[in-house]
Design a protein around this ligand. Structure first.
Ligand code: ITT
Length: 219
């Protein structure tokens, strides 16, 4: 079994990603590595936050690790709550309050198109790789379902007549933003042999550190 740290304190995410990556991988949490403080997320993009969280773990542990950041982007709200999804209503990651505020802000709004977008930053052998997954759908008029977390009770993906909160974890994982991004990550991790990669240097990562992105080339 191979070990990798997933930089999250969100148990729901951990369960989803554990199921998606399969038994070959043992996922360690920051807590397993003795990191109990909240990991900073101060970027104004999902990609920046994912990278910031992964870099934090890597700088503290030196272990291979990845982090995700997810936002709900609502068309009629100009992409909000987006990168601010966790703290939309309050500072407390209060899922019910966030959902209630979202529904209030969409009262009487006809265009209810939205998408979830997940960015994942992986640091493996000191090299950063980025992955993305999206799912489009609509914000319902009222919450339905008990499963999932966050905005799941008010998000109905295209092609379905149920919200994410009315789906099993497997059903959600198969089509969700995080499921899709993790599938890309899993494909990358399971590829054998040397990877053909192009390395490009980016200067403006968190703390203005130089960040090296590896972009996997199609074979
Ligand atoms: P970590 O940073 O510890 O991983 P978090 O809960 O802050 O956990 P994110 O920043 O990635 O997670 O997500 C921001 C918010 O977006 C999160 O608090 C939820 O309200 C919402 N969210 C994320 N993924 C979701 C999903 O799959 N379904 C519904 N809502 C989700």
């Amino acid at each position: 079994m191979r070990k990798i740290v997933f930089a999250t304190n969100n148990q729901h995410k951990l369960d989803e990603v554990r199921a998606a990556l399969g038994e070959e991988w043992t996922l360690l949490t920051p807590r397993d590595c003795g990191i109990t403080e909240e990991i900073p997320e101060t970027s104004d993009t999902l990609e920046g936050n994912a990278l910031q969280k992964a870099q934090y773990i890597y700088s503290r542990t030196g272990l291979d690790c990845f982090a995700d950041d997810t936002g709900l982007e609502v068309e009629a709200l100009g992409g909000a709550p987006g990168v601010h999804s966790a703290r939309y209503a309050t500072d407390d990651h209060d899922f019910a309050a966030n959902t209630a505020l979202l529904l209030r802000n969409l009262e009487g709004v006809v265009n209810r198109r939205a998408r979830f977008r997940t960015a994942i930053a992986l640091i493996m052998n000191g090299v950063v790789s980025m992955f993305e997954g999206c799912v489009s759908g609509v914000i319902t008029e009222a919450p339905s379902g008990e499963g999932g977390f966050g905005y799941d009770p008010v998000f109905r993906p295209d092609g379905f007549d149920r919200t994410f909160a009315q789906m099993s974890r497997e059903e959600k994982n198969a089509i969700s933003h995080r499921g899709r991004a993790v599938a890309e990550l899993a494909r990358f991790l399971s590829d054998d042999g040397p990877q053909p990669v192009a390395i490009r240097e980016v200067q403006n990562g968190p703390d203005n550190k130089k960040i090296f992105f590896s972009v996997k080339m199609k074979r």
